[in-house]
Design a protein around this ligand. Sequence first.
Ligand SMILES: NC(=O)c1ccc[n+]([C@@H]2O[C@H](COP(=O)([O-])OP(=O)(O)OC[C@H]3O[C@@H](n4cnc5c(N)ncnc54)[C@H](O)[C@@H]3O)[C@@H](O)[C@H]2O)c1
Length: 441
Amino acid sequence: MSGAEGKTITIKDVKGKVGVLLPGLGAVSTTYIAGVMAVRKGLSKPIGSLTQMNHIRLGRRDENRNPLIKELIPLTDLNDLVFGAWDLFEDNAYESALNAGVLDKELLDTLKNELSGIVPMKAVFDRNYVKKLDGSYVKKAQNKYEFAEQLREDIREFKSKNKLDRLVMVWCGSTEIFIKPSEVHQTKEAFIQGMKDNHRDIAPSMLYAWAAIAEGVPYANGAPNLSADFPAMYAFAEEMGVPVAGKDFKTGQTLMKTILAPGLKARMLGVDGWFSTNILGNRDGEVLDDPESFKTKEESKLSVLDQILQPQLYPELYEDLYHKVRINYYPPRKDNKEGWDNIDIFGWLGYPMQIKIDFLCRDSILAAPIVLDLALFMDLAFRAGFKGIQEWLSFYFKSPIHAPNLYPEHDLFIQLLKLKNTLRFLAGEKELTHLGLDYYL
Ligand SMILES: NC(=O)c1ccc[n+]([C@@H]2O[C@H](COP(=O)([O-])OP(=O)(O)OC[C@H]3O[C@@H](n4cnc5c(N)ncnc54)[C@H](O)[C@@H]3O)[C@@H](O)[C@H]2O)c1
């Protein structure tokens, strides 16, 4: 298939089975897996998924060409997905889904056989990186390099046992403590030595990412952990011809922020303050109750407004913006988070106004279609020969991984344009600029 801009892109055949490997078999993973099974059986609709439901405009507006994305570009069929996972709790996907309490027991019972067949592999886990969790279903090894080797072995075994053609990995494990990139993250050699020396800046999620890339498996990170977001990992991914993407699924409150903030800026309205607070009671909420895991999440959630509002270009409007994010663990709410935003804005002549949002949200219901889209798009990227950082998938993330010399793009609408233009490019269609002057001149 040929891409626009004179480049020729050959996309490998979509045929065959694709394994979706999920470190972490918790609320998000099980909601995703059960959801795909329900859709396959015709019991439910894949709402929220662009790969399943979204149309894409091609050519001029008067051509009326609007195929589904999956009609334009070959994506793996849902029936060809096979799920695998790791966790530090032994519960199978049915038990874990019941425990997460996101989907109705009635629906889970109709899928019980299939779900019970998904039994996690033993995790690589270390309590120093997720303080609130403790499980005994874990691997043992002398050092982190050996742990990574064991994960590689798991990947190979899963592939051959299930007769898979390709694999993708999407991290759906817990949020780890905040780690800043250091020396050990700069080169592949330093990282390998660091694994052998049990370096403390190497967290378990990094070992999964390493193992995936080493096995030629695309890796996407749904949590805010550093994971694959540092120079050694980008270089390794480039070398192995593997796409990587992340970080932190953009759901709930941050999704709302990246919808609203571009609108306020587009109309040159000022913002004095943005206070966001949440209550949630699932295991994710419990993990985030630990200040060190919360710090990782906080950094991820805080980053979006600065980039969207560009206070350096608009100091009169955004320089004094006070942005605060709080997450409160409140068990009775389980997965049904409530997020409040108070936004202090100002308009003409500086007159103040307020916006209040109360979002009664279901975290995993919003995250599950993202896991599906990422699995299919990462597989597409792999088949198209894309390697290293996949910035075109920023649409799905709170803290998009980006080239070191660029700032990340957080505006949801620019991200969507980038994603769709990438698909048009891959399909050999013209990218859209929305200029439209030729309709009138
Ligand atoms: N739900 C959302 O909307 C959303 C949005 C953005 C990011 N996330 C992130 O996605 C991740 C999953 O969320 P969730 O609600 O499913 O959480 P969860 O607590 O229900 O599930 C996470 C699972 O990961 C397991 N785990 C932790 N460390 C592991 C390791 N090293 N190896 C294997 N398994 C491990 C835990 O035991 C748990 O079962 C979290 O990091 C969360 O912050 C979720």
